[in-house]
Design a protein around this ligand. Structure first.
Ligand code: MN
Ligand code: MN
Length: 296
């Protein structure tokens, strides 16, 4: 079971300049083949399906904790897209004023025609995420190899999305996820090393560019965020530290496994209504509903 908190992993800076085309590019990090929906569902199904788990408990706990963290990544990317789309068309409840005229040339028309200027489970071309992106073979070594590859691919796409936009909201999200995804790459490398003795960490980084090149990532690394794997449960999934320990392959600092600090993250943003989309509802309906609910 999942216990849900109404928070996101880092505070996202607000900007005054919406960017619907940046939102379309960032969709790749959500619903693309190497996006957060794929990492979430890969590790979720692999953990549900792991047979004989008592013989391989640290690997089960590792995959399960990372799966839970990926839920928070989906959330963070979705809120980023929502913020990039907030105010992207004219706020005007009068349809005759053509309030959507300005946004009509943005790349992903689903964002305002099929959604309330918000995120969708699709990639940067609008293709829906699909279950064939999940690899859960039942063979631990194959699944861990796949996860290592998936995280490397996710990192490559994040770097390209970062290079596509200077928007501070998008870059804050990508900077943080480069650090956390980097940790996941190292975690699966360590898991493969424990299984095989092969020093997989020697391959890193893939792609050959350090997180230190990204100012929005650097600050999280200075804060040690690349060293801490979190236990996403009050007491379960407690053996991931059997794998996540020892020196980090890039800076030699000690890797630790711990609970999330109590004040981790930030409240989930409550974004402004977009009345031209009747999102959430038109003014008369809202007034009527408030009356029926007995609210002011
Ligand atoms: Mn992720
Ligand atoms: Mn990841």
């Amino acid at each position: 079971m999942i216990l849900r908190l109404d928070r996101i992993l880092i505070p996202l800076p607000k900007t005054d300049s919406p960017d619907p085309n940046a939102a379309a590019a960032v969709q790749e990090l959500l619903g693309g083949k190497y996006g957060e929906m794929s990492t979430l569902m890969n590790y979720t199904f692999q953990s549900f399906n792991m047979r004989g788990r008592n013989q391989i408990r640290p690997f089960y706990d590792l995959v399960a904790n990372i799966a839970a963290e990926e839920y928070g990544h989906i959330e963070l990317v979705s809120y980023t897209i929502n913020m990039l789309l907030t105010g992207a068309s004219k706020r005007n409840p009068d349809p005759a004023s053509a309030p959507l005229d300005e946004i009509k040339n943005a790349r992903n028309s689903y964002h305002w025609i099929a959604a309330g200027q918000t995120a969708l489970p699709v990639d940067s071309q609008g293709n829906p995420w699909n279950g064939t992106f999940v690899t859960a073979t039942g063979n631990l070594k194959m699944d861990l190899l796949f996860n290592f590859h998936l995280e490397c691919g996710a990192r490559a796409n994040k770097i390209r999305a970062y290079e596509s936009t200077s928007n501070p909201t998008a870059r804050a999200m990508i900077g943080f996820l480069l650090v956390r995804g980097g940790l996941h790459i190292v975690a699966y490398a360590k898991a493969l090393e424990k299984l095989s003795g092969v020093p997989v960490g020697k391959l890193l980084p893939i792609p050959d560019i350090s997180n230190k090149k990204f100012p929005e990532a650097r600050k999280h690394e200075e804060n040690g965020e690349h060293l801490r794997l979190y236990q996403y449960s009050p007491q379960d999934y407690a053996q991931a530290g059997v794998i996540w320990n020892g020196p980090h392959p890039e800076d030699g600092k000690e890797c630790t496994f711990q609970h999330l600090p109590k004040d981790y993250g930030a409240p989930a943003p409550d974004l402004e209504p977009e009345p031209q989309l009747t999102a959430p509802l038109d003014a008369d309906t809202l007034k009527d509903m408030a009356k029926k609910l007995g609210a002011k």
